[in-house]
Design a protein around this ligand. Sequence first.
Ligand SMILES: [Zn+2]
Length: 437
Amino acid sequence: MRNVIGLGMVMLVVGGLGWAQAQNASSQGKDVFLKCGRLIDVKAGTARSNVGVMVQGGAISFVQDGFDYSRAAKPAEEIDLTHETCLPGLIDTHTHVLLQGDITAADYDEQLLKESTEYRTILATVNARRALEYGFTTIRDLETEGAGYADVDVKKAINDGVIPGPRMQVATRAMDVTGAYPLLGYAPNVPVPHGVQVVDGAEGGRKAVREQIMYGADWIKVYSDRSYQLRDDGVLDDIPTFTLDELKAIVDEAHRERHKVASHAMALHGVHNSVEAGVDSVEHGNYIAEEDLKTMAARGIYYVPTIFVGAYVAEGRAAEGAPVWVKMLAVHEDTFRRAMKDGVKIAFGTDAGGFAWTVNPAKEFAYMVKWGMTPAQAVRSATMTAAELLGWGDRVGSIEQGKQGDIVAVTGDPLADVTVLEKVDFVMKGGVVYRKR
Ligand SMILES: [Zn+2]
């Protein structure tokens, strides 16, 4: 997300997670019965009291009222969550596990110039574990920021049980045009790495899609705009990166190969071109014209607003005398509220990695509620809606028979106070417990 943030300095200091419980992962395939004091039905947006959930072979075999499971054989383990609220494992649809926060350009350049891909991958394994312990049992990681195809290997290591981490869909290298994406500003005779695969022309776009899919990309990520200016009429202006023809070729090639496209688009032209080209999700969308919101609603294009990262930076920068960032935030809020009114599908995404992974990305929930969602709607955006965006609506995103045993729990009621989701104290993924207080 390097295009989002350009200058200023903000301290990111939050205590790290305890790692102690993470390797409690002995029970894949073991039958486990969860006694949930309350359980959130994300479809209905309500909570049920005293619900039992049987997880067998990593999947949910039944969900019932009460804790009498006599219809099944006695499970190997019972877990007492009677003082907790259970909900489906959370889903963050916009992360960067290969990035350690890039609040300043210098932070970003340093990571690409001075850290090897191998070292960055080691750090990514720690971030993946953090994501899981925060309660995110599934993430869509939207590009490696110069670390090549390392996300494919992180995903493989998780799926093979080598390291703990969430289920992942990955975008590998992402794409932008010549001269649009860092590293920039170095002398012409000094070769520097870029945070994306540099792609020009429709044929170049098609070739890059083929290449990235060949090496393991689940998603194709494009950067559709850059260089943002707030106009007097409140419209956030930009320079579109790809031409519409180039974007259309990339989307067509990805869809032809049964893959989806996520587009970084923060402002007027970038969003419009993305929508016209038929991308599957618009990332950030700080300003979206009314006409484009209507098209997104009609075509089912998802909006991933990533509010927290912008708000976090804005507050810090306004305090340092740059109030324009707060104005941009007001534009974003207006867009978010219009998107809700127009019925655009909004999926939870945070840009974690754009801020340090020591900060819990679940802070996003409070901003969604502050900007007009009910807590139930915010929870739904991070469960069912996010699962649908990923094409995994049949396996994650709700606690139902047949779905994966991805269940988290919190003390308190997230439907009354969504900030309790910043304190997930129980995490199960695929029937394996990774965090238990
Ligand atoms: Zn990003």
